[in-house]
Ligand binder design. Structure first.
Ligand SMILES: *Cc1c(COP(=O)(O)O)cnc(C)c1O
Length: 360
């Protein structure tokens, strides 16, 4: 068996220790005589897994008591519709910040449910920066303000949040658990698992309890209702049990690494190493405003674009997998989530330097 360094943006690399543990428990989970995939979601065994996942996530992110953790299906893209469907009930508009491909998709979907106020956009800057927070159009009568703090495709990340009384709804799909956050600043945090948490199939919602009442909307599909999900402990219907189990193992692994603060420290080191390698060379470049460069997704291009295919072919052969940029933008992208060890980033930098010597 040989495992390579996997730079895929999602579904992304998982910690090897987690995969090994899942393998060792696959046929017989803790003496149950069946795998997690084969047990009732209502069994004491599975309920204990769900309870453990919630408790660990709560500890890792210091989630206050007035928040509910929901595990749902449908991925982050479903939330693009599910959020306005739940949260705009009783309101006639919602504010959105447009900082790249994912926020644009969220906006497009929200428009089907409500009037969207574009609070700010960096589209004219080709999404290489973040709109000036002092110049945002914030309507205090809106249902919420939606932000995408890490744009996975463009490689743009921001930490500060706009100053507003509106509940902040944040798509943290590609940055959750990679850096410390203050959950109390958000109304709703959501994240598809397959970037930084676990396998595809489960999406995490962390919602402030007072917002649950907004789900009281007769035409809302039952399985979409945050309130009903909360009342049924994420089990209105069958939840993605195996994905929740793997997420719990990832949370356990994160705790063993020292938690989010320890991960953030390593993530800063990894990102600094890679960006400085890019900046030191005329052969490679990254277009994003330095202060907003993503720690998780590092896009870069070659000065000579005709070498891209060769770069991707040779890097793959060198054990550096899936470095192609998103199909909508091309170029290269290295996704370096929690599960990517520093040695993987060092191997990539070494490859980049040798490629430049040979072709530069
Ligand atoms: C990947 C991603 C999505 C889409 O996730 P799906 O689970 O495929 O729907 C949405 N937002 C962000 C920021 C992402 O990185």
């Amino acid at each position: 068996m040989s495992r390579v360094y996997n730079f895929c943006s999602g579904p992304a690399a998982l910690p090897e220790a987690v995969l090994e543990k899942a393998q060792s428990e696959l046929l017989d989970w803790h003496g149950a005589g069946v795998s997690v995939m084969e047990m009732s979601h209502r069994s004491d065994e599975f309920v204990s897994i769900l309870t453990s996942a919630k408790a660990r996530l709560s500890r890792l992110l210091n989630i206050p008591d007035d928040y509910e953790i929901l595990f749902a299906q449908g991925g982050a893209s479903t939330l693009f519709a599910q959020i306005p469907a739940n949260l705009t009930h009783g309101f006639d508009r919602a504010c959105y910040l447009d900082t790249g491909a994912w926020s644009s998709k969220a906006i497009k979907e929200a428009k089907k449910y409500t009037d969207v106020i574009l609070s700010g956009s960096s589209k004219e800057q080709n999404y290489t920066t973040v709109p000036d927070f002092d110049a945002l159009t914030l309507d205090e009568k809106a249902a919420y303000l939606h932000v995408t703090p890490n744009e996975t495709i463009g490689g743009l990340e921001f930490d500060a949040l706009p100053d507003t009384e509106l509940p902040i709804v944040a798509d943290l799909s590609s940055t959750i658990l990679s850096r410390q956050i203050d959950v109390s600043k958000y109304g709703l945090i959501y994240a598809g698992a397959q970037k930084n948490v676990g396998p595809a199939g489960v999406v995490i919602n962390i919602i402030r309890k007072d917002l649950l009442a907004r789900s009281n909307n007769a035409v809302l599909p039952t399985v979409w209702s945050f309130e009903t999900l909360a009342k049924n402990d994420s089990m209105i219907n069958t939840p993605p049990t195996f994905a929740i189990y793997l997420a719990d193992l990832v949370f356990e692994w994160l705790e063993a690494q020292g938690g989010v603060a320890a991960m953030e420290k390593i993530n800063i080191e990894k990102a600094e190493l890679l960006y400085s390698a890019i900046d030191q060379s005329d052969f490679y470049s990254n277009p994003i405003d330095m202060q907003y460069r993503s720690r998780m997704n590092v896009p870069f291009v070659l000065a000579d674009a005709s070498l891209e295919a060769t770069f991707l072919e040779e890097s793959e052969r060198a054990g550096l997998r899936t470095l192609a940029g998103h199909r909508s933008v091309g170029g290269m992208r290295a996704s370096i989530y929690n599960a990517m060890p520093k040695s993987g980033v060092e191997a990539l930098i070494e490859f980049m330097s040798s490629f430049e010597k040979r072709y530069g």
